[in-house]
Design a protein around this ligand. Structure first.
Ligand code: ADP
Length: 578
């Protein structure tokens, strides 16, 4: 949090005084954020920023919230764009700062080259606090655990190290595999079962996942999805389910807007309503055990001050993966909070880590930021993948690891996703992800053309090759859709007419499969398979569900099911010790 009020008041009086001599000017500036253009109206008075109004933005409401409050205040207070951006909204921050620079340039104003160091907030919070349940990490698993624990009567706190909540759960597509869902029923998909989903999941992870854990996940998927819908208030699309790679049925529910924003915003509101304190900028650093070896507290740090959160019933680790650990990862789809230090904490407290070597890349990501290209989800409805030579090279609905590896073997280690309006009218991604569409087009990594030649020429793909590829796809589509070359399990679709949409894509680190070993009660296990008393874990921080490779749409099922179980178990343990 930036401390700006005094500076701001001083600035305002200076402005008021100065404004006698010159009238304020207002100019508009634009910058590209993470999801499209950020347009601002900036008012300058005597060379100083007086006010910034947001005219247009498409940023993630939760993640970028502080860009439009804290960052704005910092820019005004310092009369400079040389201020630190918001840690987990780097692209939004950059877009905002560029928009201010642009407006300043138009107004002929030279901003300051130096910013005063922003002071950290010193919270007037007690250094020692007592709860029944302490949940670490405010992503999907953490919110599910906290809400469930609270509804079972526990006094619970949720601590989050980043300035904003949500973790990877917020920025993901948030699709959730649920066999027998109400949407499957409506679409007449009647033969799906938890056992079928479990079989797909285990096979997709090369049988390295724990069958018992996978069983608990799939059996609880439906009641958990109903809880999300009815208790948390999440809106899911009513007539649409996805079939991700490796799944034998279309079974992934899709939240409104196709991102985790719908889920995390609803969770935040519910946590507020239930009176669950959610403390951001609070990093858990150590699990404390009593003399009997029970985990009874969490030591955490905020703004260089230490805090102890006592947990009578237990501590729930819901800290996500380690996909943003810079030592391991260059480009990542993950939120910056996913650095995995909680795994060391768990190990130090006696927890066993399993499957740590399995790290998943997501094959279709923005070559600039590493973020998933949701617009390219047209792949699930028939978009094809081609390389720089205009040739297909892999089944488009293969597992993520297989597609990623195949892309990395292509010239330049990238590929293109190509589809047309025929496919677009089913997947509708250009419309749903309009802001991505605008931004990617502007950045030159996506192109729309009435003709296939236009699509090929834009990216210097040999047209003759691309035409031969597309002609062959069209022929197979005409013959019933059976893919004789790469066996696309969804069948091939006709690509003979425009408009054509083509986007460049690279694989990027997405999910870390390994982590804390748990049992079906979400209790963390030690190396002998015995529960570490007082320690629970749920979500990406755990390591037994996905084996070598997580299937699309299984993360949300996993984090929600085990988040709830962990919260319930810890609440029960608190009651037992009352
Ligand atoms: P999941 O999908 O398992 O819920 P997410 O990535 O969505 O995982 O959420 C995990 C959250 O935990 C992130 O918001 C991350 O910033 C937070 N986190 C990670 N490590 C710590 C820590 N040491 N202390 C507090 N919060 C943490």
């Amino acid at each position: 949090m930036f401390k700006t009020s005094i500076l701001f008041t001083a600035l305002l009086s200076a402005v008021a005084f100065a404004s006698v001599s010159a009238a304020p000017v207002q100019t508009e500036g634009t910058g590209i954020g993470k999801h499209g253009e950020i347009k601002l109206a900036v008012t300058f008075d005597n060379g100083k920023i007086q006010d910034i109004k947001v005219l247009e933005d498409h940023e993630n409401k939760v993640l970028a919230a502080k860009v439009f409050t804290d960052l704005k205040d910092a820019v005004i207070a310092n009369n400079s764009v040389k201020v630190d951006g918001i840690a987990d909204a780097t692209f939004s921050s950059k877009g905002f700062l560029n928009a201010v620079s642009d407006a300043a340039k138009k107004a002929g104003v030279k901003l300051s080259d130096q910013a005063k160091k922003a002071k950290k907030a010193d919270a007037a919070m007690p250094a020692v606090q007592n709860y029944d349940v302490v949940v670490i990490g405010a992503g999907g698993a953490g919110f599910a655990a906290a809400v469930e624990a609270k509804s079972k009567g526990a006094n619970v706190v949720l601590i989050e190290k980043m300035p904003t909540v949500g973790g990877n759960s917020l920025i993901s597509g948030a699709e959730m595999n649920v066999p027998n869902s109400w949407v499957q029923n409506k679409l007449n998909i009647k033969d799906d079962t938890p056992a079928r989903m479990a079989a797909d999941t285990l096979k997709g992870g090369d049988f390295k996942g724990d069958p018992e854990i996978v069983g608990v996940m799939t059996v609880n998927a439906l009641p958990t999805a109903e809880w999300l819908r009815d208790t948390v208030g999440v809106n899911f699309e009513k007539d649409n389910v996805f079939q991700f790679g490796g799944h034998s049925r279309k079974r992934a529910l899709i939240p409104e807007g196709h991102t985790g924003t719908e889920v995390i915003t609803k969770f935040s509101a519910l946590a507020d309503k239930m009176g669950i304190p959610v403390i951001t900028n609070m990093k858990a650093e150590e699990l404390v055990k009593d003399k009997d070896g029970r985990v009874v507290a969490v030591k955490a740090v905020s703004a260089d001050k230490e805090y102890t959160f006592n947990a009578k019933g237990g501590v729930v680790l819901a800290t996500g993966g380690f996909g943003a650990n810079a030592q391991m990862v260059k480009k990542t789809t993950d939120a910056p909070g996913t650095t995995g230090e909680a795994l060391y904490m768990a190990e130090k407290a006696g927890g066993q880590l399993v499957n740590m070597g399995y790290i998943q890349t997501y094959p279709i990501c923005d070559p600039i930021s590493g973020v998933i290209e949701l617009i390219a989800d047209a792949r699930f409805d028939g978009a094809i993948l081609v390389n720089q030579e205009g040739k297909r090279f892999v089944e488009e609905l293969e597992r993520r690891d297989v597609i990623s590896n195949a892309i990395l073997k292509q010239p330049g280690a990238y590929c293109y996703v190509l589809w047309n309006d025929n496919i677009g009218k089913i997947s509708n991604t250009v419309k749903i992800h309009d802001t991505e569409y605008q931004a990617f087009t502007k950045q030159g990594i996506m192109h729309t053309s009435d003709t296939l030649k236009g699509a090929a020429d834009f990216f210097h793909i040999p047209y003759a090759n691309l035409k031969a590829t597309v002609d062959r796809v069209n022929q197979m589509a005409k013959d019933g859709g059976k893919d004789l070359d790469f066996h696309n399990r969804g069948g091939l679709k006709d690509l003979s007419t425009g408009k054509y949409y083509i986007i460049k894509a690279v694989p990027s680190i997405h999910h870390t499969m390994g982590g804390v070993r748990i049992n079906p009660k979400a209790e963390a296990l030690d190396k002998n398979g015995k529960p570490v008393p007082g320690l629970y874990a749920a979500g990406e921080v755990t390591g037994c569900t996905h084996g070598t490779n997580r299937l699309g749409g299984n993360a949300y099922t996993d984090i929600m099911v085990f988040g709830r179980i962990a919260g319930e178990q810890a609440a029960q343990a608190a009651k037992a010790t009352k």
